[in-house]
Every structure is written in structure tokens, then in C-alpha cells.
Design a protein around this ligand. Structure first.
Ligand code: M6R
Length: 368
């Protein structure tokens, strides 16, 4: 079951290439620039959508934020993302023209189910993006798309985040093509990149030894900050969530530009800053923020793309973890996220934490 790994979490991190292959299997026609995600959204309905509202919690919420950036840029549909427990259907919206998407690994998260019930009461169409066949969310939504990541046992969500973002990227291409807002060329490029994801993630996994070394070196730090822009922002939030859940260390994620509006006061030589510097995350601008924290003595651990805009940026940081297999900028932050998963794991392992069952947390949160 753990196939030789010490924890399910590490096994699941390493399963990502396989999970991603399952996620995309049979769903992509890159030559045609089309996607088949087995969802029954009629073309006229897709055309009529004025707003997409994503509701989700925790890691699934960050996958939703990633997708929202993509949907707004490649599909040109206004997309909002809300923490499910905060969601209300806004009476100013036309429910017929609003698609409410619940992203949930388990399909049983009470907050997400209750958000979907609110959307349904208002008359909106609902779609579930989930890993779990036969789950409550599947029964309660109009349509479902499965992320097909396989069972995830570790409380910390890892492979399901990657498969959620990949599935939502396919949904974005599907909706964009159906509305005519996404060009054939861009659709092809995105789909080619989705196809390369498993190998790109494997390339990161092959560098685990280096990440483990750095994680051990910094395991005793006072706090950790994760920063990124655009698609790197949800990845920064996700990196911090993963680390705090399993290591019990204080970790926070920010939009890189926000550092100077407050958090910088906490930055010292004992607070490593993990920076997303890949394409798709405005690496050149983020480098300015990297310099601000370096000037205060903070060690910076950067992830950038080999030969990408951020490479020079990464060269000036402590750990230059390149993405060995490039994908399009829209998916590079997702690949880089695997570095932060490994980092969180090895910090927690160094501290001897019960990684698969962190205190106070449950795999599936069935109370509101
Ligand atoms: O099953 P769901 O995707 O709805 O779960 C949502 C969150 O409870 C979940 O992502 C949680 O934040 C994880 N423990 C994160 O690693």
C-alpha cells in the first residue's frame, strides 16, 4: 500500500505523473485543439454563461484560484472564487447565466455542499469537479467531471491538486473553444502542455535529493514565507498551507507585491522566503521582491524555468530549482508546486511529525 514509502503523502507526491496521465487519458485531441471531459454542458448554455463562480475549501480552493486566472485569461469569462463557507448567491446575478463549480477532492466537504445547495436554491446551474465517484457532490450537482487521481489517503492533498488544476485547464479549453473565445493555436499550445505535465512533474521529482537537503538545512527556521504573482500566487498559498499542516510551522503565502505592505516587517535571516519565479508568474517583477527580502538577510529558495524569463532571477537566489521539462507558462507554476510539496514533506519529516495524520485535521471535513 505505501509501496516502500514512509508515508502516504510521499507516495502520493510521487504518484503525480501517473495520476496526471489518468486525468488526461483519452480527453485531449491536441491536433484538433479540442477536449472531451464527458460533461454534458450544451453549446448554447456555454455560450450564454456570463459568470463562473468557483466554490471550494483549502487546497481545492487554491486549485480553483489557479483555474480562475486561466479562465479569465484564456476564456474571457468573468470568474470568481470563493471559500465555500463564505459563499452566498449574489441576487444581482442572473442564475441562468451563472455556472457554479464546486471543486472538492472528497465530494463530501460540508461547507462546499452547503454552498452548492445555496446556488441551487437560487436557480444556478452547478458542476462538480471531484475525485470521488458516488460522492454526495456528484448526486447534488447537475453535472460532474472526475479528476481521476486515484485514492488519496494522506490528509495533505497533493496529487489531487495537480489533477484538479489539469482537469480545470481542460474545462477552460472546452469552454473557451465552445464560446469561440480561445483561438485554435492557443488551445493547441495549452493541450500540448497538459500532455507534457506528467514528464515535467517527473523532472521535478527527480530532484528530490536537492530539495531534501535544503529542507533539512532550514527545518528549524522561525517561519516561512511563500510568494508568487499571478498563477504563482495560488501556488504560494498552497505551498504555505502544505507546510503548516504537516510541519506545524508558521507559514504564510502572499502575492509577492504585498510583502512590502506589511509582512516584510517579519522578514529576518531566520525566515526563508520561497519564491515562484517560473513563467506564468511574472518572474521579473517578483525578483524585485526577492531583492527586498535578501536585503534583510532572508534566504531565498527560488523555483524558475530553465531558459525562462525567471532563470536569471533564480540564479541570484539561494536554491535555483529549475523546471527541467518546460511546459507553457500557464502550467509552470503547477509543476513548480511539486517542489513546495517535497519541501513541506521533508521539513515535517525532519521534525518527526505524523505526516499522514496531522493533529486536529481530518481528510474530509464533514461539519460546517
Ligand atoms: O475534499 P475537499 O477537496 O473538499 O477538501 C477541502 C479541504 O478540506 C482540503 O483541501 C484540505 O485543505 C487539505 N487538508 C489540504 O491539504
Amino acid at each position: 500500500e505505501k509501496s516502500g514509502y514512509d508515508h502516504y503523502m510521499l507516495k502520493e507526491i510521487h504518484e503525480q505523473p501517473r495520476a496526471l496521465r489518468q486525468t488526461i487519458s483519452g480527453r485531449i485531441d491536441a491536433d484538433a485543439g479540442t477536449v472531451d471531459i464527458e460533461v454534458d454542458l450544451p453549446a448554447e448554455y456555454i455560450d450564454s454563461i456570463e459568470e463562473i463562480q468557483i466554490v471550494a475549501c483549502g487546497t481545492s480552493n487554491y486549485a480553483g484560484r489557479y483555474a480562475a486566472e486561466l479562465l479569465e485569461s484564456v476564456v474571457d469569462v468573468r470568474t470568481t472564487v470563493e471559500v465555500a463557507s463564505e459563499y452566498e448567491f449574489d441576487g444581482g446575478r442572473d442564475p441562468w447565466r451563472t455556472l457554479v463549480v464546486a471543486v472538492t477532492q472528497s465530494g463530501e466537504t460540508a461547507d462546499t455542499l452547503s454552498a452548492i445547495r445555496r446556488a441551487k436554491r437560487a436557480g444556478a446551474r452547478t458542476l462538480a469537479v471531484t475525485n470521488t465517484l458516488g460522492s454526495t457532490i456528484v448526486r447534488e450537482t447537475d453535472d460532474s467531471v472526475f479528476i481521476r487521481a486515484g485514492p488519496e489517503i494522506g490528509v495533505a492533498a497533493t496529487k489531487t491538486f495537480a489533477s484538479q488544476v489539469a482537469t480545470l485547464t481542460l474545462l477552460a479549453v472546452h469552454v473557451g473553444r465552445a464560446r469561440g473565445s480561445l483561438s485554435y493555436g492557443w488551445a493547441r499550445e495549452l493541450l500540448e502542455s497538459v500532455r507534457k505535465l506528467p514528464n515535467a512533474v517527473q523532472g521535478v521529482l527527480d530532484r528530490e535529493d536537492r530539495v531534501r537537503e535544503v529542507a533539512r538545512e532550514y527545518a528549524d527556521s522561525d517561519a516561512f514565507f511563500f510568494v508568487g504573482r499571478k498563477l504563482g500566487h495560488p501556488v504560494a498559498l498552497e505551498g504555505a498551507l502544505k507546510l503548516k499542516e504537516i510541519s506545524y510551522d508558521h507559514a504564510e503565502g502572499f502575492a509577492a507585491g504585498e510583502l512590502k505592505h506589511g509582512p516584510l516587517a517579519l522578514v529576518t535571516e531566520d525566515t526563508p522566503v520561497l519564491a515562484l519565479l517560473t513563467d506564468g508568474s511574472r518572474p521579473t517583477e517578483t525578483l524585485n521582491n526577492v531583492k527586498e527580502v535578501q536585503a534583510r538577510g532572508a534566504p531565498v529558495i527560488g523555483a524558475a524555468t530553465a531558459d525562462g524569463d525567471g532563470e536569471a532571477a533564480a540564479d541570484s537566489t539561494y536554491l535555483d530549482v529549475e523546471l527541467p521539462v518546460p511546459v507553457t507558462g500557464a502550467l509552470e507554476p503547477l509543476v513548480a508546486n511539486v517542489y513546495w510539496q517535497l519541501f513541506a514533506y521533508h521539513v515535517a519529516d525532519e521534525k518527526g511529525r505524523p505526516i499522514d495524520r496531522p493533529r486536529n485535521l481530518a481528510k474530509s471535513v464533514t461539519v460546517e
